[in-house]
Design a protein around this ligand. Structure first.
Ligand SMILES: Cc1ncc(COP(=O)(O)O)c(C=O)c1O
Length: 452
C-alpha cells in the first residue's frame, strides 16, 4: 500500500508564489535545525504507524474519510501564513475564502441569503444553532429523536434547557405521531431533525415535521452534519430525496465538511436561514475588528481564534469539486451509497447474517445470525475482532431492542440492547473494492465457524 504523493510536488511552487507576495520585506534568518526536525519527524511517523488504515477501502467502520489531496495541500500551504479567521486583522484572504465556501454550502441547500461560518465540527456547529434557538425561545424545550447524536442532549444541558427524546420508527427515524403528542403538551421551542443519523444514516421525515411546524410553530434545526452533502445525489429513496429537498425550510442546518466534505478535522459549518440572527452574536472586542469595517467572522461566531487553513482547504476543494448535482463530487458520494446498497443486498441474501433495513445513505448495519440478542451481540464483537485481524476494519453499535424487534421477529430479545456491526462506506473506492470486502466478510465468517 502506498500513500498518494503525486500531488505533493505542487506544494513548493505554490509556496514560492505566496513568498513572492512578501518580497519587499527583508529576509529573516531561520534557525530551523533540519537534521533534528527530520529525526523527530521520523519518530512521529513511527508513532503514527499505530493507527487503523482509515484511508484504505478495507477500513469500513466508523465515520472516517480521508481528506482530498487538494484539501491536505491547501491546508498545509496556508500554514506558512497560519491565518486566524477570527478577524480580518488575522486572516484576510482566508476570511473571504471562508465566506465564499460557506455561501456555496448554503446554495447547496437552496439558500441564497444566509448567515453561516465554519467551526471546529458538528458539536460546535450544533451548539451554535441551539444557542441561537435558545435566544429565540428562552426556557423552552428542545427535542430530538432517540437516534439523534448524543450531542443534542448534552448541548441542552450546557444551555440549561429542558430536553426530551422522541421515539423512532422501525427505520430509526423520528416518529412524527410521537412528536405531535409531545407538541400537544406545549413548551417545545425547538425540534432537532437529523438528516443522516450517526448509527444508521437514517433521515428523519422532514416533510411531516415541516407540516407540524406550521401547526405548532417551533424552530426547526436540522442536524445534517453527516448527511448534508447527500442532497446532491440522484440515487436516494424518493422519501429521502423529498426530505433533502426540504432542508431549505429549516431555520438552521449543520453540515460537516470534515465528515463527507473531504476535509481534515476540524471543519464543521452552521448555517442560519435568517441572517438577522447575527444580532445575538453581537459583542465588543477591544482587541480586534480594527482593520476593516466589513463583517469579521468573529462577530458572527462563538469561537474566537479559528484556523484560516480550514477555510482555505475547503475553498480549494470546492473549486476542484464544485457542489453541484451531476458533478464529480456528487458522483463519488453516490458510489459510497451504491456500495452500501450492494453490501446490504449481499448480507440480506446470505443466511449467515442478519440485516436491519435498507440503508438510506451509505451506512449498513448488520450482525452474524443467532437466536438471542445476547448471542448476536457476542458474535458481533467476535466478528469485529476477527475481521480486524484479517485487515477488514468494521465498527460496532448498540441498538435498543424495540428498534430491531420488527426486523428480527424470530430473535429472542433477552436483553435491552443488541450490539451490531456497522459499516460506513464513505469512500468512493468502496464500490470497486466491494467484492474484496465481501470476500473478507465471508472468510471471516468461515474462520469463526471453523474454530467454534
Ligand atoms: C449526526 C451528527 N451530528 C453531530 C455529530 C458531532 O460531530 P463532531 O464529531 O464533528 O463534533 C456527529 C458525529 O458523528 C453526527 O454524526
Amino acid at each position: 500500500m502506498k500513500f498518494e504523493k503525486d500531488t505533493f510536488p505542487s506544494l513548493l511552487p505554490a509556496l514560492e508564489k505566496i513568498e513572492s507576495g512578501f518580497k519587499n520585506l527583508p529576509d529573516i534568518r531561520y534557525d530551523s535545525d533540519p537534521e533534528s526536525v527530520s529525526a523527530i519527524l521520523l519518530e512521529v511517523a513511527e508513532r503514527l504507524k499505530d493507527n487503523f488504515p482509515y484511508f484504505h477501502p478495507f477500513y469500513a467502520g466508523q465515520m472516517l474519510k480521508p481528506p482530498h489531496p487538494i484539501a491536505r495541500l491547501a491546508y498545509m500551504l496556508a500554514l506558512w501564513i497560519n491565518p486566524n479567521n477570527h478577524a480580518l486583522d488575522g486572516g484576510r484572504a482566508s476570511s473571504i475564502m471562508e465566506k465564499e465556501a460557506v455561501a456555496e454550502l448554503a446554495m447547496m441547500i437552496g439558500w441564497k441569503d444566509h448567515l453561516g461560518h465554519l467551526c471546529s465540527g458538528g458539536t460546535m456547529a450544533n451548539l451554535e444553532a441551539l444557542w441561537v434557538a435558545s435566544k429565540l425561545n428562552p426556557g423552552k424545550q428542545i427535542v430530538a429523536s432517540e437516534q439523534a447524536h448524543y450531542t443534542h442532549h448534552r448541548i441542552s444541558e450546557v444551555l440549561q434547557l429542558p430536553f426530551q427524546f422522541v421515539p423512532c420508527d422501525s427505520r430509526a427515524r423520528m416518529d412524527c405521531d410521537a412528536l405531535e403528542s409531545l407538541l400537544k403538551q406545549g413548551n417545545i421551542g425547538t425540534v432537532v431533525a437529523t438528516a443522516g443519523t450517526t448509527a444508521t444514516g437514517s433521515v428523519d421525515p422532514v416533510p411531516e415535521i415541516i407540516q407540524l411546524k406550521t401547526k405548532y410553530n417551533f424552530r426547526l434545526h436540522i442536524d445534517a452534519a453527516y448527511g448534508g452533502y447527500f442532497t446532491l445525489l440522484e440515487n436516494l429513496l424518493p422519501e429521502t430525496r423529498h426530505a433533502f429537498d426540504l432542508l431549505t425550510a429549516a431555520d438552521s442546518v449543520v453540515i460537516d465538511p470534515h465528515k463527507h466534505g473531504l476535509q481534515p478535522y476540524g471543519a464543521g459549518c452552521v448555517l442560519f436561514r435568517d441572517p438577522a440572527v447575527g444580532t445575538f452574536y453581537k459583542h465588543d472586542s477591544p482587541y480586534t475588528y480594527f482593520t476593516s469595517s466589513d463583517l469579521h467572522l468573529g462577530e458572527i461566531s462563538l469561537e474566537c481564534s479559528r484556523p484560516g487553513a480550514a477555510a482555505v482547504a475547503l475553498w480549494a476543494t470546492q473549486r476542484l469539486l464544485p457542489l453541484i448535482k451531476g458533478g464529480r463530487f456528487a458522483a463519488d458520494l453516490a458510489k459510497g451509497r451504491e456500495a452500501a446498497l450492494q453490501l446490504f443486498k449481499l448480507l440480506r441474501n446470505d443466511n449467515r447474517f442478519l440485516t436491519l433495513f435498507e440503508p438510506e445513505l451509505d451506512i449498513v448495519v448488520w450482525a452474524p445470525r443467532a437466536n438471542k440478542a445476547s448471542e448476536i451481540s457476542k458474535q458481533s464483537r467476535v466478528f469485529f475482532q476477527h475481521a480486524s485481524a484479517a485487515d477488514l476494519h468494521l465498527a460496532l453499535a448498540n441498538f435498543p431492542d424495540h428498534l430491531v424487534a420488527g426486523h428480527w421477529p424470530k430473535v429472542d430479545l433477552n436483553q435491552s440492547t443488541v450490539t451490531c456491526l456497522r459499516s460506513c462506506l464513505m469512500k468512493p473506492e468502496h464500490l470497486e473494492w466491494l467484492p474484496r470486502i465481501w470476500d473478507k466478510i465471508k472468510t471471516t465468517s468461515e474462520v469463526i465457524h471453523s474454530v467454534e
